[in-house]
Write a new protein. Structure first.
Length: 75
C-alpha cells in the first residue's frame, strides 16, 4: 500500500486523522516520506499528491526495491 523512505532530516509535523489515496505524499513521524498506492487511515501530515495516477501505475513505476524520488515545488 506504500513506499517509505527516510528523508535525512526531521521536519515539523501537522498530523491529523486522514484516509490516504493512491498518489498521496505523506510526511511520516517527521523524518520519512511515504507515497501511497492504496488507502490507509492514520494520523499523518499530508504534504502533497501525485495527480492523475492510479494504484497500478504507481506500482509499476515504483516496483520492488529502492527508488529515488525528486519532489519539486510548483507555485
Amino acid at each position: 500500500m506504500e513506499k517509505v523512505g527516510p528523508i535525512g532530516t526531521s521536519l515539523p509535523r501537522n498530523d491529523e486523522q486522514i484516509v490516504t489515496e493512491a498518489g498521496d505524499i505523506i510526511l511520516y513521524q517527521g523524518n520519512s516520506l511515504v507515497i501511497y498506492y492504496d488507502t490507509n487511515t492514520w494520523n499523518f501530515t499530508r504534504i502533497g499528491k501525485i495527480e492523475g495516477v492510479t494504484k497500478e501505475q504507481l506500482l509499476a513505476a515504483m516496483g520492488n526495491g529502492d527508488v529515488t524520488v525528486t519532489i519539486t515545488l510548483v507555485q
